[in-house]
Design a protein around this ligand. Structure first.
Ligand SMILES: Cc1cc2nc3c(=O)[nH]c(=O)nc-3n(C[C@H](O)[C@H](O)[C@H](O)COP(=O)(O)OP(=O)(O)OC[C@H]3O[C@@H](n4cnc5c(N)ncnc54)[C@H](O)[C@@H]3O)c2cc1C
Length: 533
């Protein structure tokens, strides 16, 4: 049987970081198995193509959450997840923020030694090649290019003007004190206007290392155990099942949906749930798949006069085609930008100790919680309002013992009343911003929730009817010391040998911002822990 020192499952956001850092030791052999295809497809590298991949199963796992009658009238919610080299970093919005220092200090307070903000900050700096230069909060010379917003859509800047007009804070850098306020986001977009996924930043530059093997279209179906030690994995490639051996460790970097799924398929999880699926228990670990975290959200959608945003009208489509050609020839124009140019972190009540909502402004009348694009035929703009510090907790389970079946994703979105209240307050705050003089020349009537929805009850129901989330799934293999923890602070699966989880699923609570660079930090720190131990 082929063997490697390290076998990494998933060449996604964290998996690419590990592939690079572990194979930097020429004496260590590393194999990365990725279920998706290569990322050679040109549109994956084109920032303006964001959103396209919601409509293809080739590069997206395209899961649907379990229907919940109290959310979206029981309609399934689409859960995007990248399936290619770079994983979700190859299809995401490229928005760069990292939450609040208190998020990480809380992880340390929960018993996760080594994960306080001061301890993880060096990893955030290490991953960056930030166009702003080096500072206490930013780094240079790292694999990920992080650049300032160029404001290709002038209306994105109007958000900041409007916020100032209504007395809300505008800031220079969301990753620095006071960790509050609206700004132009930084993005993981290169100076040449190309997406910088972790495959671009970490994997492709080292692909030729002789000790690194990367296999695409390799779908891992189980972790192989000898007693309590993980000794390898089995995967399917072109209809054929193969097993490979890990001399030192198997590392799961398959993401918040697929890492817990793989543990359960391999007999690690809640014994009752495993037995119900006819799966033999290798190791009881009741926390696997519990603690599913997300930032619940609602889009406030406003009809408008034309503002050079994105519309699915004949003129809009012609304009997009022109932009596509311009981008292919010169790498200039709107296609070099993420649609999400501005936003940030606000308190709905000034008395709060830290921000409780995140805004992401979009120059389009669209709700990314659905695949229904009909609203895009109308001119408009939208604001994603995400509830920070979410208190609702969901679960992820198996639908069957068949690895090809999608997992059962049950977010239990807004099951905690405080999350709903935060969104109600958030809608009121964004209405105030949209009503500011700066928006006067664009503003028409509110498309959703609709100006007639004013009371807590009416707004609360409207939010439930169109609730979505930020695509920040995490927490399903949480790090900790309590009985429901799946990994310890070294990211080792508790009670087993030779097995770690290094990806978004280890977060015990959600980092309260965009979590992509948090996952890269986890990959960087995880690599150090693995090499050190
Ligand atoms: C549409 C979208 C937009 C987003 N926008 C932003 C944003 O603008 N900013 C931000 O900070 N965050 C954003 N996020 C969130 C962020 O991208 C993710 O949280 C993060 O990338 C997850 O990293 P991960 O390593 O945990 O998983 P992933 O990056 O998803 O990697 C998991 C990898 O494992 C592979 N895999 C899974 N199962 C198997 C298996 N059985 N065998 C082999 N391989 C397997 C997958 O194909 C994938 O490549 C967005 C996410 C999505 C989906």
């Amino acid at each position: 049987m082929t063997s490697f020192d390290y076998v990494i499952v998933g060449a996604g956001t964290a998996g690419c970081v590990l592939a690079n850092r572990l194979s930097a030791d020429p004496k260590a052999s590393v194999c990365v198995l990725e279920a998706g295809p290569s990322d050679r497809f040109e549109l994956l590298h084109n920032p303006g193509a964001l959103g396209l991949f919601m409509f293809t199963k080739k590069y997206d796992w395209s899961y649907n959450a379990k229907p919940d009658p109290s959310i979206r009238k029981g309609q399934p919610i689409f859960c995007a997840r990248g399936k290619t080299l770079g994983g979700s970093s190859s299809i995401n919005g490229m928005v760069y923020s990292r939450g609040h220092p208190a998020d990480y200090d809380h992880w340390a307070e929960l018993g996760n030694t080594g994960w306080s903000f001061e301890e993880v900050l060096p990893y955030f700096r290490k991953l960056e090649s930030n166009s702003r230069g080096a500072s206490r909060y930013h780094g240079v010379g790292g694999p990920m290019e992080v650049t300032d917003c160029e404001f290709q859509y002038p209306i994105s800047k109007v958000l900041l003007e409007a916020a100032e007009q209504v007395g809300l804070p505008v800031t220079e850098d969301m990753c620095a004190e006071p960790f509050e306020g609206l700004a132009g986001y930084q993005h993981t977009i290169t100076k040449n206007g190309r997406r910088c996924s972790t495959a671009d930043g970490y994997l492709h530059p080292v692909m030729s290392r002789p000790n690194l093997t990367v296999k695409t279209n390799a779908f891992v179906v189980s972790i192989d155990f000898e007693g309590k030690r993980a000794v390898g994995v089995s995967y399917e490639e072109g209809g054929k099942r193969t097993s490979i051996k890990a001399n030192r460790e198997v590392i799961l970097s398959s993401g918040a949906y697929n890492s817990p799924k793989l543990l359960m398929l391999s007999g690690v999880g809640d014994p009752d749930e495993l037995e119900a699926q006819g799966i033999k228990v290798v190791h009881p670990l009741p926390g696997v798949g519990k603690n599913l975290l997300e930032h619940p959200a609602i889009f406030l959608m406003q009809k408008s006069h034309a503002h050079a945003g994105v519309q699915l009208t004949v003129a809009g489509l012609l304009e997009m085609a022109g932009q596509g050609i311009e981008y292919q020839v010169t790498h200039l124009g709107k296609m070099r930008a993420s649609l999400v140019e501005s936003g940030g972190f606000l308190k709905t009540d000034p008395k709060l100790a830290r921000p409780n909502i995140q805004l992401m402004f979009e120059p389009v009348l669209f709700d990314f919680g659905t695949q229904d694009v009909s609203s895009m035929r109308t001119h408009g703009f939208s604001c994603h309002i995400g509830a920070l510090n979410p208190k609702s907790r969901g679960t992820l389970g198996l639908a069957s013992p068949n690895p090809s079946d999608p997992p059962v994703i049950d977010f239990k979105l807004l099951s905690h009343h405080d999350d709903l209240k935060t969104l109600v307050d958030g809608v009121r705050l964004v209405r105030k911003i949209f009503a500011a003089p700066a928006f006067a020349k664009y503003r028409k009537e509110e498309f959703y929730p609709g100006a007639d929805k004013e009371s807590d009850e009416a707004l609360g129901q409207a939010i439930r009817d169109r609730a979505s989330f930020a695509e920040h799934a995490a927490g399903t293999c949480k790090m900790g010391t309590d009985d429901m923890a799946v990994v310890d602070a070294q990211l080792r699966v508790r009670g087993l040998d030779g097995l770690r989880v290094v990806d978004s699923s280890i977060m015990p609570t959600l980092a309260n911002g965009n979590i992509y660079c948090v996952v890269i930090m986890i990959g960087e720190k995880g690599a150090d822990l693995i090499r050190g131990g």
